[in-house]
Ligand binder design. Structure first.
Ligand SMILES: [Fe+2]
Length: 153
């Protein structure tokens, strides 16, 4: 189960105490941003986060290849999502588009660095899992919720 403590969201008022946990393992209508394709992409990305949390490295070549395959999927689907999201937001003249782009760039930068380290055989699954869970929950429930009213107009 994907369970996350999200301090950034709590700061912005989505949760009330640092003990609050947000569970995105099952998609709920309130997570929708008002665009079916973007919602489907968010669901796919959360599934990939779940794959990371379920991944167990047994040190075999096959296991390491599985991890790299999940990482590649994370990079690929995130890129597709960011491209579409930025395009949709540009079309509705979303005033905070630049903040979204900066957030996307920060994710790209972090994942690229992680991929470089992982390619040299250093697989830090828990760091990746924590970053992904916090980043995607913050992205979907906080940053993206802010533009949902522009898509529903
Ligand atoms: Fe998004």
């Amino acid at each position: 189960m994907l369970r996350c403590t999200i301090f950034r969201i709590m700061e912005r008022g989505f949760a009330n105490s640092k003990n609050d946990m947000i569970d995105l393992s099952e998609w709920k209508p309130e997570y929708s941003v008002g665009n079916t394709t973007l919602d489907n992409q968010h669901q796919k990305l959360l599934q990939l986060c779940k794959h990371v949390s379920q991944y167990q490295c047994d040190g075999t070549k096959a296991s390491i290849e599985t991890f790299h395959s999940i990482l590649s999927e994370l990079a690929f689907y995130a890129e597709r999502h960011f491209e579409l999201e930025e395009d949709v937001l540009r079309r509705v003249w979303y005033p905070r588009l630049q903040e979204q782009i900066q957030e996307h760039d920060a994710y790209r930068e972090w994942l690229t660095e992680f991929l470089c380290v992982a390619m040299h055989g250093n697989i830090d699954k828990s760091t990746l899992q924590n970053y992904l869970e916090q980043w995607w929950v913050g992205h979907i429930l906080d940053s993206d919720m802010q533009y949902s009213c522009y898509l529903k107009k």
